[in-house]
Ligand binder design. Structure first.
Ligand code: ZN
Length: 234
């Protein structure tokens, strides 16, 4: 088993693409896993294979480290949760102070599934794009939650898993900066053109920061982060 083998939770969005680049820059062998949980923005999943292909083409040194891509079906998640990500509902705040884009338990499930897959594949570093700064209050994006989960998974599978979250303490502007640091303007351009973040799955409107409706919370975060990053460069 390679100590440097990682499994990256990869959705085809901006954050998980930067996480993937970060893993490829640091580790010897990297595999990817995506989840179909009945999300409305299924278009994000369609971007996955394109991003993987383009990354390999643009960065041959990463291509040699990039291993198998896995896709897991978690459709039951949409049957047990009421959320605007999986149902046809407007995005708004719930009485508990969380946006109704929150899918309870989603990241916990993702990492348990990733660990089970990583166990079989010999990958004990699990990489995810969760972040405390822009996390909209999602409690399963907190570092405490994820590090405690890493302990539970390690105990429960009797293997030492690490949960690695390169974006945990940086904001969206710094995520753009990290992309540039890892892969220069080539990676920034690839993210703009091929990754997808919009909650509504809109790929008809092209902005300087990429495709999206431009008004949903995910588009706003991405657009504001991009503007802030550009401003920080001058
Ligand atoms: Zn949008």
């Amino acid at each position: 088993m390679s100590q440097g083998k990682a499994l990256v939770l990869f959705s085809g969005g901006q954050d998980s693409t930067v996480c993937l680049a970060s893993a490829l820059a640091r580790l010897d062998e990297v595999e990817t896993v995506g989840f179909d949980y009945g999300q409305k923005h299924i278009v994000e999943l369609e971007c996955r294979s394109r991003v993987l292909k383009e990354l390999g083409k643009a960065f041959p040194e990463w291509q040699t480290k990039l291993g198998a891509d896995h896709m897991l079906n978690l459709r039951e998640l949409s049957q047990i949760s009421e959320t605007s990500l999986t149902r046809d509902m407007a995005i708004e705040m719930d009485a508990n102070g969380l946006p109704n884009t929150f899918v309870p338990g989603r990241n916990l499930l993702f990492f348990v599934y990733a660990a089970a897959l990583g166990y079989r594949r010999g990958a004990t570093t699990l990489v995810g794009g969760m972040c405390e700064t822009d996390y909209s209050g999602y409690p399963d994006c907190r570092n405490d939650t994820l590090q405690t989960l890493a302990q539970a998974v390690s105990l429960g599978m009797d293997r030492a898993f690490t949960i690695d979250t390169p974006l945990m303490y940086i904001d969206k502007a710094e995520t753009w900066a990290l992309a540039e640091k890892l892969g220069g303007q080539t990676l920034v351009d690839l993210i703009i053109e091929h990754t997808h973040t919009c909650y509504h799955g809109d790929r008809t409107h092209r902005h300087d920061w990429g495709y999206g409706c431009g008004t949903c919370p995910a588009c706003e975060l991405r657009a504001n982060g991009y503007a802030k990053w550009l401003k920080s460069k001058v």
